[in-house]
Design a protein around this ligand. Structure first.
Ligand SMILES: O=P(O)(O)O[C@H]1[C@@H](O)[C@@H](OP(=O)(O)O[C@@H]2[C@@H](O)[C@H](O)[C@@H](O)[C@H](O)[C@@H]2O)[C@H](O)[C@@H](O)[C@@H]1O
Ligand SMILES: Nc1ccn([C@@H]2O[C@H](COP(=O)(O)O)[C@@H](O)[C@H]2O)c(=O)n1
Length: 435
């Protein structure tokens, strides 16, 4: 992007991908191309920045085995500008300076070997200041023995270093800077060795402040070794398998779906295809229920429920969740709910079951509908409404048990009672909120 055309209000990013990555040599590829949970570190960083709301130019700074990294960016069609930094052996501070001239006034500095979530990027972008550093005062995955430690006073980083005896948190390898500020550090640029930490020290020495943006226990890792690759994959899967779930999903389904998703990470399957697979399993289960094969039908219904968690886990792990995918997933779930309830009512073969099917279907659709309307009008639904209130995981478990235990009428009645009661509970909660 020509310098004259940079948008004043967009925030860009410098992704530092020029280092030697010595301790990951056994991977055989340049460190930025090492894979974590189905994505290279480089593509994961770019996607995470975008998913976190970064809207400006992303400059990927290459150095060691730079031609391979550049080739990967071209082959994948990554929406980035590749900046070659011949000075990379002098330190990663030279990479920031090399990228700066292509970036808007405000830009993020991201280490390609730090795995973050979009929420952490969003939190950083919400901070003010010429120099903001993401820190973590409650690190979960990062190793204090490896990471750069920071001392924080009044919300400012006042000192940092790997050997700080007293420290308040860790440097999370993610920064928000302004060109005008860093541009004042020209004398530092002439140093023989110039690490990013050298530039941070020069900024502090010039009287500059480093605002601390506390991630406070958010998932992030620094990938230096093959063990870190495995730890990062566990972290990404753990983060991807957490949602606004009901109790059956939280305590049973996710334990299974996460294992399935791990095997899908590098498979040529999209989240949408997994959504379709879950729907197909539900339709097959509904057909078996309608044919009177209640036990087998019940098993397939529960399997469909578990697999319905994999599509979202895969989407989050690959940082490709989308509002479109959410609509697609939820719509298929409604069709599946209707097929399953109809199948169970038909398969029971009694008038009571047929009658019990109506409130069950109404309850199932109303739980989802009230959630959709709540989220459209008021944002995320409070977690107190994803308790035993017949969220889909609970509902499908009840219907599956009704098939497996050959108790279809009881399952349909329970689904109707739970679903309609939950919908009513939500309306009453809204009424209270309004008064
Ligand atoms: O009846 P509710 O619970 O409101 O329906 C919600 C459900 O369709 C959500 O789908 P999602 O894939 O996020 O939920 C999965 C459940 O369907 C599975 O049963 C469960 O095993 C899995 O772990 C997931 O929790 C939609 O995203 C919501 O929009 C919809 O309201
Ligand atoms: N085809 C899909 C399916 C899902 N998503 C995203 O996942 C969310 C659902 O997560 P679950 O773990 O509960 O399945 C959904 O709201 C979308 O954000 C997707 O993007 N594409």
């Amino acid at each position: 992007m020509p310098e004259t055309e940079r948008r004043g209000d967009s925030v860009g990013a410098a992704v530092l991908a020029a280092g030697f990555g010595e301790r990951l040599r056994e991977c055989g590829c340049p460190k930025p191309l090492a894979r974590v949970a189905g994505l290279t570190l480089l593509e994961r960083t770019v996607r995470t920045l975008r998913a976190g709301g970064l809207d400006g130019e992303i400059a990927v700074v290459v150095g060691h085995r730079g031609e391979e990294v550049t080739g990967y960016c071209k082959e994948r069609g990554l929406p980035v500008r590749v900046v070659e930094n011949p000075d990379y052996p002098r330190g990663n501070g030279t990479s920031v300076l090399a990228a700066m001239r292509f970036l808007p006034e405000r830009f993020v500095v991201a280490m390609v070997d730090h795995v973050h979530t979009p929420d952490s990027v969003r939190r950083l972008l919400g901070c003010e200041g010429d120099f903001v550093a993401a820190v973590d005062t409650r690190p979960v995955y990062a190793d204090p023995g490896e990471a750069t430690r920071v001392r924080i006073e009044d919300g400012r980083v006042v000192d940092f270093g790997k050997k700080l005896p007293e420290y308040d948190g860790l440097d999370a390898g993610l920064f928000l800077c302004s060109r005008s500020a860093l541009g004042r550090l020209r004398e530092a640029a002439g140093q023989e060795r110039l690490s990013w930490n050298d530039l941070k020290r020069a900024w502090l020495a010039s009287g500059g402040e480093v605002v601390a943006c506390d991630l406070a226990g958010a998932p992030w890792t620094d990938v230096d070794t093959p063990r870190d690759l495995r730890l990062s994959e566990e972290m990404v899967l753990g983060w991807a398998a957490s949602g606004n779930d009901g109790p059956i999903s939280r305590h049973i389904n996710r334990r299974i779906s996460r294992r399935i998703t791990r095997r899908l990470l590098d498979a040529p399957l999209s989240p949408d295809q997994v959504s379709l697979l879950s729907f197909a399993l539900a339709a097959l289960g509904a057909g078996l229920l309608a044919a009177g094969r209640l036990r087998l039908g019940g098993v397939l219904v529960q399997l469909a429920s578990v697999v319905d968690g994999c599509d979202g886990e895969l989407a989050r792990a690959r940082v490709e969740s989308s509002p479109r995918g959410a609509v697609f997933d939820a719509t298929l779930d409604r069709w599946a709910d209707a097929l399953i309830i109809s199948g169970l009512a038909l398969g029971a073969g009694t008038r009571r079951a047929a009658v019990a099917g109506y409130p069950a279907l109404a309850g199932a659709l109303l739980v989802s509908y009230t959630r959709a309307r709540w989220e459209a009008a008021l944002g995320r639904m409070p977690s107190r409404f994803t308790g035993l209130g017949a969220t889909r995981d609970v509902r499908l478990a009840v219907l599956a048990l009704g098939g497996m235990l050959r108790a279809p009428v009881a399952a349909l009645l329970a689904t109707g009672i739970l679903g309609n009661a939950e919908a009513l509970r939500r309306l009453l909660a809204l009424k209270k909120e309004r008064t």
